[in-house]
Ligand binder design. Structure first.
Ligand code: ZN
Length: 306
């Protein structure tokens, strides 16, 4: 690589992450302002996935991770199943009038409606992140919840496609920890839509396998660099960086981890066995110990991700 090309490459390394977030937010914000937030989000979400797919092939962080890990079907099934179920729950809450009071328009919550939209979105991120942070941290420390969260961590590589690989119970737990905080604060619907979109885009990016650098952004946002450490099998690295979008609560509660001297963790995944199929993964947390015992006894010799 010659001089100018190397300079351009370095600029791209640092510019790509903020550029991707901004580019995704432009159509989203136009849609929300026009009252078509859901449509704008869905169009951006799938276009964003396509862009990440191409970038992963053009400039992969880890060439090895471009290989098929045999988990595309379960990854997709978890994503679709969880997203559909979450939409149903939100619709049902709306039906019973529980979420209709969300929104400062009702004037019930302490939400600062007079703030500029960007400041309200930052506030929503900080408030919801407090719940998401603890939902995630508890999932790593309390074993019954870890058995659900382990489905997400069981992959051996990270790429945009396994972003949504969450056991349904794991996702519901995160919603229970964060949703009521926004609801109690009286967060307006537009702000909640921004929050949901930002969480989806940053989530895609945290898992993506694209060569990027982050500098000081690592101390503000959950970047792919920080999240790769979170997926380490070494718990000194893996039990860190619990933030979903922001690193604020990790810094405050001392769980921030970054090793700039190393490229990434040695091994990504979990130290337990995990079945390879979607339905077995859904059932797995309910028969965790039995499955691990059978694996250790050599009764399961294939069909596991270990
Ligand atoms: Zn985790």
């Amino acid at each position: 690589m010659n001089g100018p090309m190397r300079t351009l490459n370095t600029i791209l390394d640092y510019a790509l992450w903020p550029l991707l977030v901004i580019v995704a937010l432009i159509p989203t914000s136009i849609g929300i302002s026009a009252g078509h937030g859901k449509l704008a989000f869905n169009l951006t979400y799938f276009s964003f996935a396509a862009v990440l797919f191409i970038l992963e092939r053009l400039r992969p962080h880890e060439r090895e991770w471009l290989k098929n890990d045999g988990q595309m079907v379960p990854d997709l099934a978890h994503t679709v199943f969880t997203k559909t179920f979450v939409q149903l729950v939100i619709m049902m809450l709306g039906y019973y009038g529980l979420v209709s009071t969300v929104g400062g328009a009702s004037g019930t919550g302490p939400w600062p409606n007079h703030w500029p939209m960007w400041a309200q979105v930052v506030l929503a991120l900080v408030v919801a992140e407090f719940g998401l942070y603890w939902a995630h941290r508890i999932a790593h420390t309390w074993m019954p919840l870890w058995h659900f969260h382990a489905v997400h961590h069981s992959v051996k590589k990270l790429w945009f496609f396994n972003t949504g690989r969450f056991h349904i119970i794991d996702t519901l737990k995160s919603m229970i920890f964060s949703g009521p905080l926004l609801w109690l604060a009286g967060t307006p619907n537009d702000v909640v839509q921004y929050f949901g979109a930002i969480t989806a885009y940053i989530g895609f990016l945290t898992h993506c396998n694209i060569q990027m650098k982050f500098g000081w952004l690592n101390y503000l946002f959950n970047t792919p660099e920080l999240h790769r450490w979170h997926h380490s099998t070494d718990l000194r690295e893996g039990d860190k960086n619990f933030g979903e979008n922001l690193m604020l609560w990790d810094i405050i509660f001392r769980s921030f981890y970054l090793d700039p001297t190393r490229h990434r963790p040695d091994i990504i995944g979990i130290k337990s066995a995990m079945p390879k199929t979607f339905l077995a993964q859904i059932a797995m947390p309910f028969r965790w110990h039995k499955y691990q015992d059978r694996y250790k006894a050599g009764e399961i010799d294939k069909g596991t991700l270990m």
